[in-house]
Design a protein around this ligand. Structure first.
Ligand code: AMP
Ligand code: MG
Length: 400
C-alpha cells in the first residue's frame, strides 16, 4: 500500500516543532546599524515616554484658551524644535513650530493658516479653538515601562526606527543561523564555465544562498557535491559547526541518493512525501546531531519547499513568532480543471486584482517564478474556475 502523502500543514507543524526543539540560544548585542534582518532576543521595554513632553503638531501659535477672549495677543516668545520654552506669559501667545515643546501654561496650538498677524505684530485667532487642539500629548505613542516589541520580532527598517525613537544604540539579537548549502548532482556546473554534454548550470545554489542571506542566515556555501558516496561522506565530515545542512537534489524516487546513504550510515533520516506540488519529496534528518533538510532539486520545487517550509523552520529556530506569510484571497483569472491529490502552488501574477498563472507550471521552470508576483494555492481536489476566490501568497512575503 502506498503511504498517504503528508499534508502541507502537517509538514509545517512537524518542522516548526523540530525548530522549537533546537532553538538558537546564543544572543549578542549589535549596533542598530547592523541589526537589520536580525531577531530581537528580549522584549524591548520603553525607558521613556514618547513623546517625552507635550509638543506642537503644527507650525502656529501656542496659547491658553482662556486668554483668547482678549485677542489679538502679542507674541511673547518663539519656540523652535529642539529648544526649551519659557512658561507662557499670561495674556500672550507663543510662536511655535512643529515638534517644539509646549510652553507651560499653554493648552492648545492654532495653525498659522487660521491666524492673522496684524501690522503691530499681534496675532488674531480666526477660528474657535479647543483645549489640546494640535497638541501631541506626552506619552501618546508609548508610556515608559510599556513593552514596545516582543522577543522574536524580526528587525526591519520600521522596527529599527522604533528602537531608535526609544534611544537604543544597541539591541540584543539572536545569533545568526549557520546554514551549510550543498547542491548535489553530477550534472551541475557553475555559471561561467562551459557546459559539457548532459550538464546544466547550478541555479539552486545561487537561489538559496541569496535567499538565506536575506533571511539573516550565515551561509556556508559548499558548492556542488557530486553524486558519489565517498565524496558525500567527506563533505559531511568536514562541515564543522553549523545549525542546518541544506541540500538540494537527490531526493526523488529512483535517484542514487548519496546524501541519504551517508546519513543512514552516520545519522538518521526520514523521507517525507508531501502533498505539495511542485516539491513532493523532502528529506529531514540529522548528521551528528545537526539537522539536515534535503529539498527536491527542480528549481521551482526548491523555491516552493524552501519558501513555504524551510523559511519558517529557519525563522522559528531563531525564535521568530510570526513565521506565516501574509496571504489574501483574489479572484482566479484562470480555470484549473485538473483536481490534484497534492496542494498546488501555481506561479501567478496579479493583474487588475485577478491572479493569472504562468503558462508553464513545470517544476523545472524557474522563469515562472521570476515572472510571478506570488503563489496561488490550489487545494487538494479543487478545480477553481475564473472568478472563484483563490489564496494568493506574495513572493515578497517569502523572500524576506
Ligand atoms: P534530483 O532531485 O537530483 O533528481 O533533481 C531533480 C531535477 O532537478 C533534475 O532535473 C536535476 O537536474 C535538477 N536539479 C537538481 N539540482 C539542481 C540545481 N542545483 N540547479 C538546477 N537544477 C537542479
Ligand atoms: Mg540529482
Amino acid at each position: 500500500m502506498t503511504q498517504p502523502l503528508l499534508p502541507v500543514e502537517a509538514a509545517l507543524e512537524r518542522l516548526l516543532a523540530l525548530a522549537e526543539a533546537a532553538p538558537i540560544e546564543q544572543t549578542e548585542q549589535v549596533a542598530l546599524g547592523d541589526a537589520e534582518g536580525r531577531v530581537l532576543a528580549t522584549d524591548l521595554i520603553a525607558s521613556l515616554d514618547l513623546p517625552p513632553w507635550p509638543n506642537s503638531a503644527m507650525d502656529g501659535y501656542a496659547v491658553r484658551l482662556a486668554d483668547l477672549h482678549a485677542q489679538p495677543l502679542i507674541v511673547s516668545q518663539r519656540i523652535f524644535a529642539g529648544h526649551a520654552p519659557a512658561p507662557l506669559q499670561p495674556g500672550t501667545c507663543a510662536r511655535i513650530f512643529t515638534g517644539a515643546p509646549m510652553p507651560a501654561g499653554a493648552d492648545c496650538v492654532e495653525m498659522q493658516e487660521n491666524t492673522e498677524v496684524l501690522d503691530d505684530g499681534r496675532v488674531r485667532f480666526l477660528q474657535p479653538l479647543r483645549v489640546d487642539q494640535n497638541v501631541r500629548p506626552q506619552g501618546q505613542e508609548t508610556r515608559k515601562g510599556e513593552t514596545v516589541m516582543l522577543r522574536g520580532t524580526r528587525l526591519g527598517p520600521i522596527e529599527l526606527g522604533l528602537a531608535a525613537t526609544l534611544g537604543h544604540a544597541y539591541l540584543p539579537v539572536v545569533r545568526r543561523v549557520r546554514v551549510a548549502v550543498l547542491s548535489t548532482g553530477d550534472e551541475l556546473v557553475e555559471p561561467g564555465l562551459a557546459l559539457g554534454p548532459g550538464q546544466i548550470y547550478n541555479s539552486n545554489r545561487r537561489l538559496l544562498v541569496s535567499w538565506l542571506q536575506r533571511l539573516g542566515c550565515e551561509v556556508r556555501d559548499l558548492g556542488i557535491l557530486p553524486d558519489d558516496l565517498p565524496r558525500t561522506r567527506e563533505c559531511l565530515a568536514g562541515l564543522g559547526d553549523v545549525d542546518l545542512i541544506l541540500s538540494t537534489g537527490g531526493v526523488s524516487v529512483g535517484e542514487a541518493d548519496y546524501l541519504g546513504a551517508a546519513l543512514r550510515e552516520a545519522g538518521e533520516l526520514a523521507l517525507w512525501k508531501l502533498a505539495i506540488k511542485p516539491g513532493k519529496p523532502l528529506t529531514f534528518g540529522h548528521y551528528q546531531g545537526v539537522p539536515v533538510i534535503g529539498l527536491p532539486g527542480n528549481p521551482a520545487s526548491t523555491l516552493v519547499t524552501f519558501g513555504l517550509l524551510t523559511r519558517p523552520y529557519l525563522l522559528r529556530r531563531q525564535g521568530v513568532t510570526e513565521v506565516a506569510p501574509l496571504r489574501f484571497e483574489v479572484p482566479a483569472g484562470f480555470a484549473w480543471n485538473k483536481a490534484g491529490s497534492r496542494r498546488e502552488y501555481l506561479r501567478a501574477r496579479l493583474d487588475n486584482g485577478q491572479a493569472h498563472i504562468y503558462k508553464n507550471q513545470s517544476s523545472g521552470v524557474l522563469r515562472s517564478a521570476a515572472w510571478a508576483h506570488g503563489l496561488v494555492e490550489v487545494l487538494e481536489g479543487s478545480t477553481p474556475q475564473i472568478g472563484d476566490k483563490v489564496w494568493f501568497i506574495p513572493l515578497s512575503e517569502l523572500l524576506g
